[in-house]
Structure formats: structure tokens, C-alpha cells
Design a binder for this molecule. Structure first.
Ligand code: WT7
Length: 648
């Protein structure tokens, strides 16, 4: 019998081997520990050439019964969710499983009252408040498909996502607190709604008390709650019914709406959550925790926003499916000062802490070492996700936060994979600085050379690919299965291609080396070059542009834009033009995609077929001009010197 929790290296080896020898038997046993309305007829059917993947065929379930109802009997009074607001003086809120269940059922009834039916898409554009978690689960309760859009995105990014999925209802708030700022979410949403014909109703949460006016077909969240009760039977879903859509940037074209389904996603996020973080529900507490506010078990905190996959899988679904106590934080690491994360860890006696390298670097850079001013003795596991973590940041995290005694799980995965793919299991398998280390049970990675041949043996370096399906793999891109096939399954036959490069050390540990496509990761956010270039090119005097990433102390990468103008003499005020360009980017994508540097040039290096040679621009931006490679075959080699002479 496969045990749900892996407790030793030996058990990891055994589980991994079992998952390779007989994947169906392996996942079947794991899946049996959940509540199903009807058992599956077949564990797995797959064909990467189509591509088509079906897990737990004909199985029926509702993920919210697994995240909420099934805990009510034994842990109904334990804390499910801790909410830490932006302003520390506002005070935290605690929701037991009972309370969360009741709130979810109530809001599910609100959705029903607003004509939301199984299969309808609901867009959620909200700040990091408990109602966001409630809204996500309420959708799942009634079988509506949630599409959460990060509340830092602009009106045009929001409307593009609403329209792509033809969402019926929008959930938003009057605004959101972020440090000293308030994001005017309702105003942004109203702007987006001007071009969103499919939205029938907008439900608005009052959070910041902004003076907002409800327009036609807009209602207040609190008014809606007055007329519903908390009795809402869970909709019976097929294992392969859509659970949610979440957008991620590609290297070209519009954002991709990754589709995740109910059964496999639930099984995989729950299994990986428990094992990677070694979350413990059963340990009695020995440090006098206040039982009325918290629970006698671990407190887990992931600092991500629910607008990203990390929040979906490891704030909401994975932890709740395990009956865990999960903390969500509304604010930013720098408010009221850079000690805030540690203040929260101390206050809530956080045991597992999961954040991103960009946050670690920002904290490590402060003159004061705030981590020393707080009691972090409850920390047992530290986690990192989003981009490769550099050694300096890893060491700082280990020394100052973990005090050298907390395992660090460096978790490699993607929006598309739904859950963690390569990572150590805290304290069970060894971590190694800057290495994600070993594949989780069920994950079969390989390294390929450029023509797709598998590189055997260790050590090795190549392109990362996965050669067997795992339960939470995205099933398609919403409305564009052909694109799904092209992007992920066409580069290498019969393999899933994530777009990353990797190396493997002599012991088989993986280290992710970074993207091999035109996606740039800025502060952990996945940004495609094409949409940013499209935004810049909308400026009336811009002819052409190329974006590359360059190393940045805190963000990991920052964006460098090379821009040619229609008439180089048409502006003397380059500074004003830079501001206008960044304004366009902010409007079309959001402030996270703003360029740190913008260099105007008379030409961009191009191949004879007209493709911009980003490789050269990348090297110039990173000041690595010693080895530019052969530029003589370019269409316009002369522009390279000009660009080097004027580099910023
Ligand atoms: C890309 C996916 C998974 C949630 C956050 C990002 C990079 C992610 C790591 C890591 C090195 C990492 C990869 C990946 N990435 N985690 N631990 N080490 N690189 O999700 O926005 O879909 O981005 O983030 O390049 O492909 P995402």
C-alpha cells in the first residue's frame, strides 16, 4: 500500500520506483484517500501526440467536499484560514473549517442567484482578502470555472482575459490595499467592462471604502449575502470537468488560458503539498498556541498571490485538501517595514514558509537584518519558487531565516504543471543550494540535446522535458488546443516541453538553468517579450522594438528595451518618450512589465530572414560583449556597434 506521506529517503525511493513501475497503481492508491462520489473506471489514458490526457476517467467528485466538508467532523473547529491584513493594526482574522465551509456555501448560493451555472466562467479580480479564497471555492462548489486575474493587471489585460474565456460574472472589490497604496480595482474593472459584452453581473466587495458608484448590473457583495443561506450541496463533477482557467504569458501571442481539471489537480496538489513541505496535521503543539485562534497543528504560509498558480495550488487547494491551516497575507514585504514577513511568522508561529527568490533578495539587501529581530523558532521548512535561486540568496535564506536548521525546498514547476514537479521533500530528501534536486514520485524528467535525443548518464546538461503525464498537467489552452499542442508537445516528439534548460549533477539532482525561449522572468513573473513589444509598437512614433532581460539584483531579471523610431529626429525629448512607452506598457499589461532601460537606436540586429537577434541584444544588455559570436551574417551588422556605443 502506498502511503500518502513519505517519511524517509527510503520511502521516497520506494514511492518513486513504484510510480515508474506502475503509474496507474501508484496514483490509484493515492487517489483512494479522497472522497469520490463515484469511482473511476480507468486511472489513466494518454496520448502526447494529440495531446490528450485523462486521469480517473468517469470518476465523480467535488473538490470542495475534499477541501471542506470531509474535515468538518474531525477538525471543524480547527483553523482553516488565517488572514493577515495589509495594516498590522487591523488584526488578523481566523476561519475554522466550519466557518469557511459556511462562507463558501453562502457565496456559492449568491453565484447561483446570479444565474451562474455549472461550466460558466467567472472572472475574479480581487485583492488578497478572505473573500477571494471564498469566491474561488464557491465557484468550485457549483461547478463554475474560475478565472482569477491578478489584481495588479491593467484594464486591457483584464478585459482580454474576460473576453478570451467569455466570462459571465465578474467578482471584484472597491479597491485593494498594498502597503501605503490603494489599487482602484473597481475603476480599473469598469474600464475593462467597457469592452466585455459577456459579463452579465459584477459583484463588488467593499474592502477599502473607496467612494465607488455601482453602474448597471453591478451589485454589492454584502447586499447579496443578505438573501442566501449556507446550505449548498456540492455539484457533482466529472474528474475531467474544468476546475479553473489561469492565464500565463507565452513567448508570442496573447496570454494562454491554461485549463486545469478537477480530479487529477486535486490529487496531485494535495499529495505534493503534504510531501514537499512535510506538513503535519497531527503534531500536538508544544509552544502554547492559543487554541481558540489557531489549531494544534502546523501553520503554513505561502506569500504568493492567489492570482498566480502558486496561490491556487499551495494557498488554497493543496493545503485545504490536507486539512491544514493556511495563511494568506494581503500586503507587501516592505510595509510597514521590511520586517513584516518575520513579524507575521512570529505572530502566527509559522512552521512552513514558502516565498520567491525576488522577495528573498529584496529582504537580504536591506541594511537592517530584520530577521534577527523576530522569533522565528517555529519555522521548520522554507520554500522557494518562481525562478532559479542564486547562491547568495539561498545562503541568506538558510543562514538568517532558517538559522541553518530548516531544510529549503526549491520547487520547480509551472502554471501548466499545476503542482510541484522537481523539489526536495523537506528533511526527507537532501536539499542542495541552487538545485531543485529530485523529481517527485510520478514525474519522469529527461534532458535532451537540441535535436531531441535523450542525454543519458550523469552529469548532463540540456533541455528539460517530461516524458510521462502526471495528474495535474494542464489539459489544454482554453479555446486553442492547437496552440497547446504547438507550444508544449511539438518541439520534441512524445514529450512535454516546459521551456526550461537544466543540468543534472552526478547524483541525479536537477538544477534549472532558466528559460530557453523568449519568456523573461521578472520578480518571479513570467513575461513574454511579444506582448510587451506589441504595446511599445503602438506608440505612434515607434517603428520597432525588442525586449531582452538583463541581470538585476532584486528582480532577478529586469527588462531592457531597444527601440527604433519612425523618424529618429522626431523627438528630442527621449526622457518623455520613455515615460510614454512605459505608460503604454502599464496600460496594456500592467506595471510589472515596465522597462528599466530604454535605448533608442537606428536599427535592430536581424538575420537575413528578418528575425531579430535577441541573443546579441541580450549580451549587450548584460555587458557581456567580449563574445558576441559571429555577427557578419547579419542583415545589418553595422547597427551592433552603434548599439554597443550607446548602451545604457
Ligand atoms: C517558470 C514557470 C510555479 C509557480 C511560479 C511560476 C521558472 C519556477 C522555479 C525554480 C528555477 C523556476 C521556470 C518555469 N521557475 N520555479 N524553483 N527554479 N526556475 O510559475 O509563472 O508558470 O513560471 O518559472 O522557468 O518554467 P510560472
Amino acid at each position: 500500500m502506498q502511503r500518502f506521506q513519505i517519511n524517509s529517503y527510503k520511502e521516497y525511493e520506494k514511492a518513486y520506483q513504484a510510480s515508474i513501475d506502475n503509474p496507474e497503481a501508484f496514483w490509484e492508491e493515492i487517489a483512494e484517500s479522497f472522497v469520490w462520489k463515484k469511482k473511476w473506471s480507468k486511472v489513466l489514458e494518454w496520448d502526447f501526440t494529440k495531446p490528450e490526457v485523462t486521469w480517473f476517467k468517469d470518476g465523480k467528485l467535488n473538490i470542495t467536499e475534499n477541501c471542506l466538508d470531509r474535515h468538518l467532523k474531525d477538525r471543524g473547529n480547527e483553523t482553516a484560514l488565517i488572514f493577515e491584513p495589509n495594516d498590522p493594526n487591523e488584526g488578523a482574522q481566523y476561519f475554522t473549517y466550519k466557518a469557511l465551509h459556511s462562507k463558501v456555501c453562502k457565496f456559492a448560493n449568491v453565484l447561483k442567484a446570479n444565474n451562474v451555472k455549472k461550466g460558466d466562467r467567472v472572472c475574479i479580480y480581487m485583492p488578497m482578502v478572505p473573500e477571494l479564497t471564498v469566491a474561488v471555492l464557491a465557484c468550485a462548489r457549483i461547478g463554475a470555472v474560475h478565472s482569477v486575474v491578478f489584481a495588479g493587471f491593467s484594464a486591457s489585460a483584464l478585459s482580454a482575459r474576460i473576453n478570451d474565456a467569455a466570462c459571465k460574472v465578474l467578482l471584484t472589490a472597491d479597491g485593494g490595499f498594498r502597503g501605503t497604496k490603494i489599487t482602484p480595482l473597481k475603476d480599473i474593472a469598469d474600464q475593462a467592462l467597457e469592452t466585455c459584452p459577456t459579463i452579465q453581473t459584477t459583484i463588488v466587495l467593499k474592502r477599502v471604502n473607496n467612494d465607488v458608484t455601482l453602474l448597471k448590473n453591478q451589485v454589492w457583495w454584502h447586499d447579496q449575502l443578505k438573501t442566501v443561506d449556507d446550505n449548498c450541496p456540492a455539484e457533482i463533477m466529472d474528474a475531467e470537468d474544468m476546475l479553473f482557467i489561469l492565464y500565463t504569458s507565452g513567448s508570442t501571442g496573447k496570454p494562454k488560458g491554461m485549463v486545469h481539471t478537477c480530479g487529477g489537480y486535486m490529487v496531485y496538489t494535495a499529495y505534493t503539498f503534504r510531501n514537499v513541505f512535510q506538513y503535519s496535521c497531527s503534531k500536538t503543539n508544544d509552544f502554547g498556541r492559543d487554541y481558540t485562534r489557531s489549531s494544534p497543528k502546523d501553520v503554513y504560509w505561502c506569500t504568493a498571490d492567489i492570482g498566480w498558480i502558486t496561490g491556487h495550488s499551495y494557498i488554497v487547494y493543496g493545503p485545504l485538501a490536507n486539512g491544514a491551516t493556511t495563511l494568506m497575507f494581503e500586503g507587501v514585504p516592505s510595509y510597514p517595514d521590511y520586517g513584516r514577513f518575520w513579524d507575521i511568522c512570529e505572530k502566527h508561529k509559522v512552521n512552513q514558509f514558502y516565498t520567491a527568490p525576488t522577495a528573498i533578495r529584496a529582504l537580504a539587501k536591506q541594511d537592517t537584518n530584520y530577521a534577527d529581530n523576530y522569533n522565528l523558532k517555529h519555522l521548520k521548512t522554507l520554500g522557494t519558487v518562481g525562478e532559479p535561486i542564486n547562491l547568495e540568496a539561498w545562503n541568506w535564506y538558510n543562514d538568517y531565516v532558517g538559522k541553518g536548521k530548516c531544510p529549503i525546498v526549491d520547487t520547480w514547476w509551472q502554471t501548466e504543471t499545476g503542482g510541484i514537479m522537481i523539489s526536495s521533500l523537506a528533511g526527507v530528501t537532501k536539499d542542495k543550494p541552487t538545485f531543485a534536486t529530485l523529481p517527485l514520485p510520478g514525474v519522469q524528467p529527461v534532458l535532451l540535446d537540441t535535436d531531441g535525443t535523450i542525454i543519458e548518464g550523469n552529469p548532463a546538461e540540456g533541455i528539460l522535458a517530461i516524458q510521462f503525464p502526471w495528474p495535474s498537467i494542464a489539459r489544454t489552452i482554453y479555446g486553442d488546443h492547437q496552440r497547446y499542442k504547438n507550444v508544449y508537445f511539438s518541439a520534441y516528439k512524445n514529450k512535454y516541453f516546459p521551456g526550461d534548460g537544466a543540468l543534472r549533477d552526478a547524483s541525479g539532482n536537477y538544477r534549472i538553468t532558466g528559460r530557453v525561449d523568449d519568456v523573461i522572468i521578472v520578480s518571479g513573473h513570467n513575461l513574454g517579450t511579444a506582448p510587451i513589444e506589441d504595446a511599445i509598437n503602438e506608440h505612434p512614433i515607434v517603428a520597432e522594438s525588442a525586449i531582452v532581460g538583463f541581470p538585476h539584483d532584486i528582480k532577478g531579471n529586469a527588462l531592457y528595451g531597444f527601440v527604433t523610431l519612425k523618424d529618429i529626429g522626431s523627438t528630442s525629448d527621449q526622457e518623455a518618450l520613455r515615460l510614454e512607452i512605459n505608460q503604454l506598457i502599464t496600460e496594456q499589461i500592467g506595471p510589472i512589465a515596465k522597462l528599466d532601460k530604454i535605448q533608442f537606436t537606428s536599427g535592430l540586429p536581424k538575420t537575413r530572414s528578418g528575425k531579430i537577434m535577441r541573443r546579441i541584444l541580450r549580451k549587450i544588455a548584460a555587458s557581456e560583449t567580449d563574445n558576441l559570436g559571429d555577427t557578419s551574417t547579419l542583415l545589418n551588422p553595422e547597427c551592433v556597434q552603434e548599439i554597443m556605443d550607446n548602451v545604457l
